[in-house]
Design a protein around this ligand. Sequence first.
Ligand SMILES: N[C@@H](CCC(=O)N[C@@H](CS)C(=O)NCC(=O)O)C(=O)O
Length: 199
Amino acid sequence: MRVYYSSPSPFAAKVRMAAHHCDLPIESVLADTSAEPADLITANPLGKIPALVLDDGTALYDSGVICDYFDKLTGGQLVPQTLESWTVVKRIEATADGIGDALILAVYEERYRPEDKRHQPWVDKQMRKADRGLDALEAMLADLPEGLTTAHFAVAALLGWMELRFKGMLAAERPELARWLAAFPAHFPAYVELGPRPA
Ligand SMILES: N[C@@H](CCC(=O)N[C@@H](CS)C(=O)NCC(=O)O)C(=O)O
């Protein structure tokens, strides 16, 4: 299996951490989504990372789908199977991923649009989504199960990426989330290598 990724991408970090947790050997292939490389587009028509290509050539994309695939492949090593704990984990995963989606759109507005074409009210809307999501995430942290799940990897990937792109924001505005992230490598040492990193 190979996964297309970039070092800063939170969604790629989530998937690579999940694969490591499941002891699944995957080859990581760097992809620059801005350049729309042919091999990535062949794997994922949406041109997004992460994209996972299975040994038979089937491609899977969207980090949630890829993690669910790993979970099925390994007999439930990433998501608890009881309905109650499944619901807790998937809700937290979706919240973390959704915050990432909103913040990435805000970052892209600045990165890809010329200054005179930017629409601040739209960026503000994304930031409000992220803010409400982070409030919800803070309240949900206590519900995380003890064993590592896709929700842990989604939260760690999001917060690690926020440390890169919104420097100092977590420590200043979300100390509880900053503390959670600081403690994460003690539970999952490979975070140091597989968490979001500068390109
Ligand atoms: N919902 C997707 C989001 C993936 C995503 O937005 N990836 C970003 C990088 S972090 C990307 O590929 N952006 C390039 C683009 O949108 O063209 C997932 O969970 O995998």
